[in-house]
Structures are given as C-alpha cells and as structure tokens.
Write a protein that binds this ligand. Structure first.
Ligand code: COA
Ligand code: AMP
Length: 630
C-alpha cells in the first residue's frame, strides 16, 4: 500500500484498520472490538483486550529467543560510562524491581512518581511499575521541588522512585534533597521513597521511609506481569496548559502499545535489531514513547544518552554516538541542531565520524526552521524529517511516513497526516477554511489509539480544554494551514503555551510566580524569539504604586523566584519593568498584542483597548531592551 491508500483506509474504517494493527501484538486476551465508549462517553480503544505493556517490551522478546539481543545502550559522557543491556538483563532488573515494589505494598492501579536522570534505571523503574499494573508518572529532572509537589498532590503516588543525583554537563545536581523538599511541601504523603544511589553522590536516607534501590532488589524476587485491561492507564504525564496547574495526560495500555508498535515501522522505518536513538529525556513524552516503550515493544535497540548535543565534550557528540553505536535513526529537537551548528557551523566534527549506519534524522518538539533543516541536510547528507506531535497525542500527528512511503519534503512543513489522524484546519466558527488558509488545527474524533483518554481525575478539564471549542473535534492548540498537496504547516500555538529549547512551558504559570513578588502589581510573560532555543520567556512587570526598586537586583530576584519555583528548565532570564501594560477596558492584558510586538508582526489594535498610547510605549521599550525579533 502507498501512503494515500494506507491513510484512506485508516480514515474510512478506523475499526478494521486498528484491529488489524492490534494483531501484531502478543496480547493475553486479544481484543474483539476496536472502538467503544468509556463511562465518560468518550471513545476508547480495544475494550476487552488484556495485556501488559512491560511484557510486550521485554518478556515477549525473551520468550521469542531474543534475550541476548541488545535492548538498551547507555552512553554517558558525563560519567564516562557505556553499557549495553540485553533483553535478558533488562527483564531481570525490571522483574526484580517489580518484586521490590510489590513487597512495599504497591499494587495494580496505584500511582508511582519517577523522578530520575537519564540512566537505565529510569527505564527500569517505568517498566517495573507497568509490570505490576501500577501507573507511573515521570517528572522531568529540570523541574524544581514545588513543581514536583504539585504533581505529588495531583497524582497521589503510593511511592516515589528517584536517584541520588542527576548530572547536567559539569553540574552535579542532588535529586534526593529536592524530593524531600517536594514531599515536605506536598499535602499528600507517599509511603516511601526508593533511591538509586549513584557513585558520584550518595544521598542520605531516612530510616523507615527511604529504601536503597540495590538493597531492596537484593532482597526481592522477580515477579511476573500483572494482566491489565487495554483501557487501564499505563501512565500520567504532566504537561503545561494555560493555567499554573499542569495537566495530567492519561495514556492507556492497549491503544498506546498498538500505536507505538505501528509507528516504529510506519513512521520511523524501524524493525527488530535496528538501533533507534531519541535524544530526549524520559521526563518528556518523546522519552516515554521513543526512548522506552516504542523501540522496546518493536524489539529494536534503544539508546539512553546522558549528555548534551554540545559541551559533552563538544559538538561532535551526536556524530560520535551514531558511529559508535551504529545508530540507524536519530530523533532530536531542532534546538539541539541549532546548538551544534552554532559551535560547528562548517560541520568539521561530522567529518570525523562514519555516519553510514544513519538512515534518517527526525526532528520534533518545535517547528523545524528551514535554515536548520537545510544545514542538517547539507552537512550530514541524510534525509531530515520534521514531524509534529504533542504530549497529548503520544505519537506523531503528521510526518513523512518513510516506513510506508517516503514522500518529497517541503521545508517548513511537518508533511502529511499520519494514518489515523483526520486533521482539519478550522475557522473560529468551526467551519473548515479553504486550502492554504490559516486556521486552528483540529483532529476529527475519534483520535487514533495511543492518544490521551482524559486528564487525570479531571475529565471536565479534558472536555473543556480539548473538545468544546469545535464539536466533534479535538483542538490541538496549534494553528497553521494545509496546502493543495495535503502538506501541513504548523505555525505556532493559539494559547499561552511557549516552546523553549523543545520544552513546553506555560507563561501563565510563570506569571503566577512573578505576581507573587511583593513589589509586583501586574505582569505578563511572553515568548520572545531566540536563535538557539526558539523562544525564551520574558516578563513584563508593572510595579505596585509607590514601590521603588533597583532594576537589576529586582530582575535577579524574579529570575531566582521562577528558577526556584518552576525550575531551571524555564530558562527565565529576562524581566523588564514597564509603566503600563496594554489592556482591554475590562482590564484584561492584551497578550496577543504583546506577542505581535515581540515578533515584529503587524499589530491589530483591538477596539476594546483601554489606552491605545500604551502600545507605542511598550513597543518602544521592548525595542530598546532588544526584545523584538529582527
Ligand atoms: N535536570 C536538571 N536540570 C536540567 C535538566 C535536568 N534533566 N535539563 C535541563 N536542566 C537545566 C539546565 O542545566 C539549564 O540550567 P542552567 O540555567 O543552570 O544552565 C536549564 O535547565 C535550561 O536547560 P536547557 O533549556 O536544556 O538549556 P541548555 O543550555 O542546558 O541546553 C540545548 C540547550 C539546546 C542543548 C538543550 O536544551 C537540548 O538539547 N534541548 C533538546 C530538548 C529535547 O530533547 N526536547 C524533547 C523534544 S525531542
Ligand atoms: P509537547 O507536548 O511538549 O510535545 O509540545 C507540543 C507542542 O510543541 C505542539 O503543540 C506544537 O506547538 C509544538 N511542536 C511539536 N513538534 C512540532 C513540529 N514538528 N512543528 C511545529 N510545532 C511543533
């Protein structure tokens, strides 16, 4: 089948299409029906099917005689470590930790928070939780204690699994004190914490609460997989919304496994025995889907890299990895390639390595800007694919489906809708726009398997946030257009979410932090273009009447406040004092207008504006402070 036939089949008869794809998995009880409705009246996949995701990722391959094949390569330039874990080894570690978790009382349906650096034990923790039918929630290491506390209160974990430290380039970051602070801040208290001690830094453990990972595993027996329903949750992954409270995206077991298994071949062209490297972090959706679950379910070799594209030790890190581990497909964010290009514009590092194993480079997390696309194609000589997806969908909505048929590439476009995703561009009134016209991008329901099924314990937020804007559609929050050949161009978010170095962040959340400063009357945080990170957040702050501050010291205070509350990942480095902020007569800050000023776009001054002169004033100030894109 070519792409168009495959895509059409998925849209014309999704049930037959996905039931067929489901047959490629080793179910305990194969599903008889593809689509039904859950108790919320929302579509669900494969009700009646029973499986275990950890079983598919590990036991299935070992049972098939592939136990000695490489499952996971760990490459850590920051600790000078390289390890290859076979499927046998990984299964043994996972089954033993699963036994340990069981001995601590964790059982099917419980939640477990995983706060880990990029070490194999992070994957072991996720797979062990899945093995006993519990639900993991991985929290990215770049978030501060209070962000972790918010997630603890929402997920209410039975247990937390962590490591003594993370290593970011040359920085050693103690994780355990951060977890302790988070637990102290949180209303919900887990029953304990399992700590993987790294030799670079030993964490002190609290008696009767903390458990040393190794000692616990030494005393535990491996356990087999607990069968779960296809519709049971596998994990919760928090992502930024427009408000300060992160959204707990819930992913099921059955649809997830079917979608990822399909995507490994259809999108990435990956088969058993291939080496697939997603240069992301287990704390993000890319890490869940394509460091841990996708490659392992497929029976490929996955790669965990504890390093950076530059600085560990140089801009040749990616290319060294490709040569050394014979990587077939590399997936990273455009920001990583911009960092490499900045340090090594002539690609001298590339020339040092043999890239012959590498078939394709995939990029996602933000729009692949054409200059980065052209540089990467020219310097590597490899096909480069921009593909678009979200934490919510869990796998790509649009891509060049090279495993089905390699289409021609259009720089600036994430190519065509993936089979299963009925992508539409809609006007504000919900009517489809004409070809080539810009609008809100929505996906006609049902979403294919693998996408979120709800927001953890807040189905109303799911409905209000995604399903209410356009009846019968899921709203992606992105806007863009589709050209006459069906290629999709994603142009940016329609909400207050920004994308910083491939990390999704909420400006609303940063505003809440700034507003909590005693001197701040009002504020707005906007994303400003940045050559390396794509966007960086900038705070525009109005002081309370009569308050005087030293501007430089005040800026540092605000920076520290965001860093301590949200975390270093926010990359919040600029705050500017303003005399007034453009607002509507009802007092709403005109954020869209501020974004237009920062992007140097034509400004639409709404008729509802209270003080039109504030626009020129703020535009001049932002220009003066170097905050306007040129
Ligand atoms: N634990 C603790 N701190 C972390 C962290 C983690 N897991 N990840 C990032 N941080 C910290 C960084 O050390 C940095 O701290 P600093 O302000 O003290 O320097 C801060 O958070 C910002 O990190 P980042 O935005 O990643 O900037 P960077 O300068 O360290 O690296 C890039 C820049 C472009 C190399 C890096 O952002 C990158 O590789 N991005 C790709 C992201 C990605 O893979 N996204 C997933 C989609 S595919
Ligand atoms: P996240 O949930 O962190 O994966 O972020 C999802 C958001 O990142 C999307 O809604 C887009 O705004 C943006 N994004 C991800 N990939 C792309 C891409 N290939 N092109 C354009 N935007 C992208």
């Amino acid at each position: 089948m070519n792409y168009h036939q495959e895509y059409q089949a998925s849209i014309d008869n999704p049930e037959a299409f996905w039931l067929d794809k489901a047959q490629h998995l080793d179910w305990f009880t194969p599903p008889q029906t593809a689509l039904s409705e859950n108790t919320n009246g929302y579509p669900q996949w494969f009700k009646g099917g029973k499986l275990n995701t950890s079983y598919l990722a590990l036991d299935h391959h070992v049972n098939a005689g592939r136990g000695d094949a490489a499952a996971l390569i760990y490459d850590s330039p920051v600790t000078n470590t390289q390890e290859t874990w076979t499927y046998n080894t990984l299964l043994n570690e996972v089954a033993t930790l699963a036994g340990a978790l069981t001995s601590l009382g964790v059982t099917k349906g419980d939640t477990v928070i995983v706060y880990m650096p990029m070490i194999p034990q992070a994957a072991v923790a996720m797979l062990a939780v899945a093995r006993i039918g519990a639900i993991h929630s991985v929290v990215f290491g770049g978030f501060a204690a209070s962000e972790l506390a918010v997630r603890i209160d929402d997920a209410e974990p039975a247990l937390i699994i962590t490591a003594s430290c993370g290593i970011e380039g040359k920085k050693l970051l103690p994780y355990k004190p951060m977890v302790d602070d988070a637990i102290a801040l949180a209303r919900h208290k887990p029953v304990g914490c399992v700590v993987y001690q790294r030799q670079q830094l030993n964490a002190s453990l609290v008696d009767d609460f903390d458990h040393d990972w190794q000692a616990l595993c030494n005393a535990s027996e491996p356990v087999s997989c607990t069968p779960v329903d296809a519709t049971d949750p596998l994990y919760i992954l928090y992502t930024s919304g427009t408000t300060g409270k992160p959204k707990g995206v819930v992913r099921d077991n059955g649809g997830h496994a079917v979608a990822l298994n399909y995507s490994m071949q259809a999108i990435y062209g990956i088969d058993q025995g291939d080496v697939f490297w997603a240069a992301s972090d287990v704390g993000w959706v890319v890490g869940h889907s394509y460091i841990v679950y996708g490659p392992l379910i497929k029976g490929a070799t996955t790669v965990m890299f504890e390093g950076k594209p530059v600085g560990t030790p140089d801009a040749g890190a990616f290319w060294r990895m490709v040569e050394q581990h014979k990587i077939n497909v590399l997936f990273a964010a455009p920001t990583a390639f911009r960092a490499i290009r900045k340090e090594d514009p002539e690609a001298n590092c590339i020339a040092r390595y043999d890239l012959s194993s590498l078939r394709t480079i995939f990029m996602a997390g933000e729009r692949l800007d054409p200059p980065t696309y052209h540089w990467t194609v020219e310097k590597t000589g490899k096909p480069v694919v921009d593909h678009w997806w979200q934490t919510e969908t869990g796998w790509p909505i649009c891509s060049n489906p090279i495993g089905i048929e390699a289409l021609s590439t259009k720089p600036g476009s994430s190519s065509v809708p993936t089979p299963g995703f009925n992508v539409r561009v809609l006007a504000a009134n919900g009517e489809p726009v004409a070809t080539g016209e810009k609008g809100a991008i929505a996906i006609s329901l049902p979403l294919p398997p693998g996408c979120l099924t709800t927001i953890w314990r807040d189905h109303k937020r799911f409905t209000q946030g995604y399903l209410q804007e356009f009846e019968g559609y899921y709203s992606t929050g992105d806007n863009g257009y589709i050209d006459e050949e069906g290629f999709v161009f994603i142009m940016g978010r329609t909400d207050d979410v920004i994308n910083v170095a491939g990390h999704r962040l909420s400006t609303g959340e940063m505003e809440e932090v700034l507003a909590s400063h005693n001197a701040v009357a009002e504020c707005s945080v906007i994303g400003v273009a940045d050559v390396l990170k794509g966007q960086i957040p900038v705070g525009l702050v109005l002081l309370k009447d009569g308050v005087q501050v030293d501007e430089a010291a005040f800026e540092q205070e605000l920076i520290a406040k965001v860093r301590n509350t949200i975390g270093p990942v926010a990359s919040f480095k600029r705050a500017v004092i303003v005399n007034r902020l453009p607002k509507t007569r009802s007092g709403k800050i005109l954020r869209k207008l501020l974004r237009q000023i920062a992007a140097d776009e034509p400004i639409n001054i709404p008729s509802t504006i209270d003080d039109p002169a504030s626009v020129t004033e703020i535009a001049d100030l932002m220009k003066h402070k170097g905050l306007v894109e040129r």
